[in-house]
Design a protein around this ligand. Structure first.
Ligand code: 0X9
Ligand code: ZN
Length: 437
C-alpha cells in the first residue's frame, strides 16, 4: 500500500466515524486556507461539505467561503490563510487585451467565437441554442455537419465542456475541435469524411453561469448558480444526471452547500436538462465530456465500482486514445473505470447517463495537469493549444469509430499501457465530503 493510499484509508475511516457539523456552509467568494492534516482529522472536517483542493506537506488546502472561515474559527480549527500564495497564478491571466480571463473564453466570448465560426463556414456549421441556464444565458451547441440546418439520419458524436465552472481549459478543447473540423474540411479528407458522414455536436460550455462567477467573483467556483433553499448556492451538474442518481451518498451529496450537491431531483437543473434533451432526440454513437484536472480517461461506471457490460471494449478504446494522446508530445493520460483505482465512486454523472441511455462509449476526459503542484485548474494560456493538439487524435479516432469512417493512422509509437500511479491524495480529498447518514 502506498503512503497516499494509507493516508486515504485513514481519512476514509474518520469520515465514517465523525459526526457532521450542525450546519453546512454556503460557498461564495472566499479564501484559500490550509489546515494541518491532524486537525482536519481531529475535527472531522471531511464531513463538513468543504471544497477541498489538495494536500501538501501535511496540510489540507480548502477553498473556503466567509461562512466556512467563520465556522472553522468557531470550531477552533487552527487554519492559515493561503490566498496570497495563489494570487500570482490567478493574476497571471489578467491583461488589458484579454480581460480577467486572458485567452480563455467567457460565455459571451464563446458566443462570439461560435457565431464567427458559423458565418465563416455556413455550409457545414450551425449554432444551436439547446437551452438556457438558470440565469438565462443561452447554452450553445455548434453542430458541424453537411446540411447543418437539416436533422439528417446520420450518426452523431457529442463533445461537452465545462460542467464545472473552474475548469476553464475544458471550454477550449471542444471549441478548438470545432475550429479544427471546420478549417480542415477543405484540405483534409479525414475531416471532410467526418463532417459529411456524421453530425458532430459540440457544447463547449454547459455551465455558463458558473463560468461567469468563476471569472468575475470566485475562481474556484465549481457548481452552477442555483439558489438553494438553505441559502447556499449551486448544484454540481456532474451529479445531476439521471442514471442511479442519488443511489447513495458516495461522492455525491444531498446537502445543498456541499461542493458535490446533486440537486433535489435528476435533471432538476436546466443546464443538465439541456444536454438530456439534445441527447435523446438524436442518434449519438459516442460522447466525450471534458473536465480538469488529473490527466485521465474514464469510462462507466462511476456510480459503483462495477464493470459496465462494455468494460473490455471501453478499456480498449481508452488504451488507444491514451496512446494517440501520448504520441503527440508524450503526455500520458491514465485510463480506467470512473469508480475504479484511478477515479472514485460518485453518482449522477454525465457519462453514466449517456451510456445507460444509449449504450454508447462515453468518456470523461480530465485534462492536464496531473496534479495541483503543476497548476491544478490554472492551466497556462500558452498550454491551451498543445493540450488541444494532444487530444485531437483521440477525438478523431473516436469520431471515426462513431461514424464508421476510415480509422486514422496508428500512433507513431505503441500505446503506453499505463496503469497509472495511485491517485493523488489531493484529487480524492476533494471528494471526501461524503456525509454518512
Ligand atoms: O468529479 C467529477 O465530476 C469529475 N472530476 S472533476 O475533478 N473534474 O470534478 C469527473 C470524474 C470522473 N468520474 C469519477 N471518477 N467518478
Ligand atoms: Zn469537472
Amino acid at each position: 500500500m502506498t503512503t497516499t493510499r494509507k493516508a486515504l484509508a485513514a481519512l476514509g475511516l474518520l469520515i465514517v466515524l465523525a459526526a457532521p457539523p450542525a450546519r453546512l456552509h454556503a460557498q461564495g467568494p472566499g479564501e484559500v486556507v490550509s489546515v494541518p492534516v491532524r486537525q482536519f482529522r481531529l475535527k472531522g472536517l471531511a464531513r463538513w461539505g468543504l471544497d477541498l483542493l489538495f494536500e501538501e506537506r501535511g496540510r489540507v488546502f480548502i477553498a473556503a467561503s466567509s461562512d466556512d472561515i467563520a465556522a472553522l474559527a468557531r470550531a477552533r480549527v487552527a487554519f492559515a490563510f493561503e490566498t496570497a500564495r495563489f494570487a500570482p497564478a490567478a493574476a497571471a491571466g489578467i491583461s488589458a487585451a484579454g480581460g480577467l480571463n486572458g485567452a480563455y473564453h467567457s460565455s459571451l466570448e464563446l458566443e462570439t467565437e461560435l457565431r464567427l465560426l458559423e458565418s465563416a463556414h455556413p455550409a457545414i456549421a450551425a449554432v444551436r441554442e439547446i437551452g438556457r441556464s438558470l440565469e438565462g444565458r443561452p447554452i450553445y451547441a455548434l453542430k458541424v455537419s453537411d446540411n447543418p440546418a437539416l436533422d439528417e439520419a446520420e450518426p452523431a458524436f457529442l463533445v461537452l465542456g465545462c460542467h464545472h465552472a473552474r475548469e476553464w481549459i475544458s471550454v477550449e478543447v471542444p471549441l478548438l475541435y470545432a475550429r479544427h473540423l471546420l478549417e480542415s474540411y477543405a484540405s483534409d479528407p479525414a475531416a471532410r469524411d467526418l463532417v459529411d458522414r456524421g453530425e458532430t455536436w459540440i457544447v463547449p460550455l454547459v455551465n455558463p453561469d458558473g463560468l461567469e462567477y468563476s471569472i468575475h467573483v470566485y475562481r474556484y467556483w465549481r457548481k452552477n448558480r442555483r439558489a438553494n433553499a438553505d441559502g447556499s448556492f449551486g448544484v454540481d451538474l456532474n451529479r445531476n444526471y439521471g442514471h442511479m442518481w442519488g443511489c447513495d451518498d458516495q461522492g455525491s451529496s444531498p446537502e445543498p452547500a456541499s461542493a458535490v450537491y446533486r440537486g433535489p431531483a435528476p435533471f432538476s437543473e436546466p443546464e443538465s436538462d439541456s444536454v438530456r434533451r439534445l441527447f435523446l432526440g438524436r442518434d449519438f454513437r459516442a460522447v466525450v465530456s471534458y473536465h480538469s484536472y488529473s490527466q485521465v480517461i474514464l469510462y462507466p461506471w462511476a456510480y459503483a465500482d462495477l464493470p459496465c457490460p462494455d468494460d473490455a471494449a471501453f478499456d480498449d478504446l481508452a488504451r488507444t486514445m491514451s496512446g494517440l494522446m501520448a504520441a503527440h508530445r508524450g503526455t500520458v493520460y491514465a485510463y480506467g473505470r470512473s469508480a475504479g483505482g484511478i477515479g472514485y465512486t460518485s453518482n449522477g454523472e454525465t457519462c453514466d447517463w449517456t451510456y445507460a441511455a444509449a449504450g454508447v462509449p462515453s468518456f470523461t476526459v480530465e485534462l492536464p495537469p496531473e496534479d495541483a503542484d503543476e497548476g491544478g485548474f490554472f492551466n497556462d494560456e500558452a498550454e491551451i493549444e498543445a493540450i488541444f493538439r494532444e487530444n485531437l487524435p483521440a477525438l478523431l479516432f473516436l469520431a471515426g469509430r462513431a461514424f464508421g469512417t476510415a480509422p486514422p493512422a496508428e500512433p507513431r509509437r505503441p500505446a503506453l499501457d499505463r496503469r497509472p500511479k495511485a491517485p493523488s491524495l489531493g484529487k480524492l480529498l476533494r471528494w471526501l465530503t461524503i456525509p454518512v447518514r
